[in-house]
Unconditional design. Structure first.
Length: 246
């Protein structure tokens, strides 16, 4: 079997001294998305009829091959994001282009939580350009410097460490919180000085409508994705409720 990779490392691996046949070679393969290692298995001809085409690629997030990957691999707090657009040469909407990448999540709350914006847009209805490039995607992410994109919509992902808590907060927005992994306690005041706690599991959703609330992860931690729609302040007693920062 012959396997060519765009890599300067062509170490011979394990060689059969009688036939000089390479039995096992591990070749690093680096692309724009991940650091991968290809395990290339080469055997003498009698075995090739059975094993032709065997190639195993191992996702090697924990074995970095560059400074960028070292930074990414020091934490599990990354998130895969896929953004669709139309190819520049498209004229009828039939040629779609895909950006597939992995985002590092920034540390907040003294490391108890990690977050990253996914994408954001301004106005409702939003206007989607026919084509967007990677610079445009970064610019869209920059529209969500905090929780709410003013006069817009954004998507974010949050990781909350086991038993960690996000304090009481309120934003002028409608939030669609979809729990992806683990479980978390939704904590809200009951008006009598007490709190109500509702456990939310993976696969469930919490719709926040400008109410004050807190989050507390269970012992397994939690990850959720939130779509945040900018909204006018909720009014109570004829007065708008103020935002409360956590």
């Amino acid at each position: 079997m012959v396997r060519r990779e765009d890599s300067p490392d062509r170490s011979p691996g394990i060689v059969n001294p009688e036939t000089s046949t390479v039995l096992l070679r591990i070749t690093p393969v680096v692309n724009a998305q991940n650091a991968l290692f290809s395990l290339v298995l080469c055997l003498p001809y009698p075995y090739l009829s059975r094993l032709t085409g065997c190639l195993y690629q191992i996702d090697q997030h924990d074995t970095p091959t560059s400074k960028h990957n070292i930074e990414m691999s020091t934490s599990d707090h990354t998130f895969r994001r896929i953004v669709t657009t139309h190819h520049e040469s498209d004229t009828d909407g039939s040629k779609v282009q895909i950006y597939d990448d992995t985002l590092p999540m920034r540390s907040v709350l003294d490391g108890d939580a990690h977050m990253t914006p996914l994408f954001a847009s301004l106005g409702l209805p939003a206007k989607s350009a026919h084509h967007i490039d990677q610079t445009g995607i970064k610019d869209a992410m920059a529209l969500a410097p905090s929780v709410v994109t003013p006069n817009g919509v954004n998507g974010q992902v949050t990781d909350l460490a086991p038993n960690a808590k996000v304090g009481m907060h309120r934003t002028n927005s409608i939030d669609y919180n979809v729990i992806l992994k683990g479980s978390v306690w939704l904590i809200t005041p009951s008006g009598d000085g007490k709190e109500e706690r509702i456990k939310v599991h993976a696969g469930e959703v919490v719709v926040q409508r400008g109410t004050i609330h807190a989050w507390e992860a269970t012992e397994e931690g939690a990850r959720w994705c939130t779509v945040i729609v900018s909204a006018l302040p909720v009014e109570a007693g004829g007065k708008p409720l103020e935002e409360v920062d956590f």
